[in-house]
Design a binder for this molecule. Structure first.
Ligand SMILES: Nc1ncnc2c1ncn2[C@@H]1O[C@H](COP(=O)(O)OP(=O)(O)OP(=O)(O)O)[C@@H](O)[C@H]1O
Ligand SMILES: [Mg+2]
Length: 330
């Protein structure tokens, strides 16, 4: 039985919020040297299940088992001492602390009652190397871009040398390069015997990294199976429970209507020389990497303050035409 080999397991767990059931009798078993995918649409209960597996939430019913033994009132401290580490969907770093302080926060080395920074830097440098963090270890996390903060979060989890590593949407803010580093890291951990649980909406990542999948739908497990022989379309079918052809309604081809907004050579803050237009009945997509200001642009256009600007960043403004050289017609 696979269940006997599981390092961490949820059996028939129930959990709801304010009378609304989210998990209605869910099983999942994490085995050593296996990268296990947890899939489900938004709101399916993936993060809730992770919170139960890491002791952050208590189940309303069912049990959590560590090494095959049920644990009463499983807590974050119990999870930590059982070697379970989680990289949460929402970052949990303290912005004012440095990279090293954040990574070592749970167990600062001390000398004569004070933090032994030399020992701290020595201790965290290995995990920083593993995730490709080359920034100075005393740099405040507040000065890092989102993707780099996520790498600090991953390093913090690795610092505990986990037997079970749970990653909730770890690549959502990573560049392709950083995601590649994480993928190699996952392979290494798997080879060392770590049990991994990987949540992602990026099905190509799931296919490349994971060998087993659990799918949640309407509070229940609708699939718990090996991923061998499952292609991309098969994964989508598993996840949404229907053929991929039914996912989107057929596009109706209608002629676009009158021009509703037209922007030419628009510049504001970090946004430089942007032009686009949208006609009635059109949906215009704006894409870009994190930090490419794709969210700032519409906010700036509609006179909303986009994000609080950090003073330091102002010194690193890219060269470009002065703000204000733009024409707006709407
Ligand atoms: N602390 C909470 N209080 C109230 N409702 C909650 C709480 N946490 C989660 N929920 C609700 O439980 C449901 C499942 O949420 P959960 O975050 O587990 O989904 P998810 O599968 O992780 O979704 P996503 O893919 O968007 O991250 C949602 O309807 C959510 O609103
Ligand atoms: Mg979630």
């Amino acid at each position: 039985m696979t269940e006997e080999r599981a390092l961490l397991e949820a059996r028939q767990v129930f959990r709801g919020f304010f009378g609304n059931p989210v998990l209605k009798g869910v099983d999942i078993a994490l085995l050593p040297s296996r990268v296990h995918a947890l899939l489900g649409e938004n709101g399916a209960g993936k993060s809730t299940l992770i919170n139960l597996l890491s002791g952050a939430l208590q189940p309303d019913g069912g049990s959590i088992l560590v090494d095959g033994k049920p644990v009463e009132r499983f807590s974050p401290a119990a999870a930590r001492s059982a070697g379970i580490a989680v990289v949460q969907q929402e970052l949990s770093l303290t912005a004012s602390l440095s990279i090293a302080e954040n990574i070592g926060l749970a167990a600062f080395p001390r000398r004569f009652g004070l933090i032994d920074y030399r020992a701290l830097y020595r201790g965290v440098s290995d995990v920083c190397d593993m995730v490709g963090l080359t920034e100075p270890l005393d740099m405040p996390v507040a000065d890092l871009a989102l993707g780099r903060r996520q790498m600090v979060e991953i390093a913090k989890a690795l610092f505990r040398k986990p037997r079970v590593l749970i990653l909730d949407e770890p690549t959502s803010s990573l560049s392709a390069h950083e995601a590649g580093i994480l993928a190699r890291l996952i392979e290494t951990l798997k080879d060392r015997g770590t049990a991994l649980l990987y949540i992602s909406h990026r099905l190509n990542e799931v296919q490349a990294l994971c060998s087993h999948v659990t799918v949640l739908k309407d509070g229940l497990v609708t699939a718990d199976q090996s991923l061998s022989g499952i292609d991309g379309e098969g994964l989508v079918r598993l996840m949404v429970g229907r053929e991929t052809g039914d996912l989107f309604p057929p596009r109706s081809v209608t002629a676009p209507g009158a021009m509703r907004i037209s922007i030419e050579g628009f510049s504001a803050g970090m946004v430089r020389d942007v032009s686009f237009s949208a006609r009635a009945g059109e949906i215009v997509g704006i894409g870009g990497f994190h930090g490419a200001a794709s969210t700032k642009q519409p906010a700036a256009r509609f006179h909303r303050r986009p994000f609080p600007a950090r003073g330091r960043r102002l010194h690193h403004r890219p060269a470009g035409p002065p703000p204000g050289r733009h024409a707006i017609h709407s």
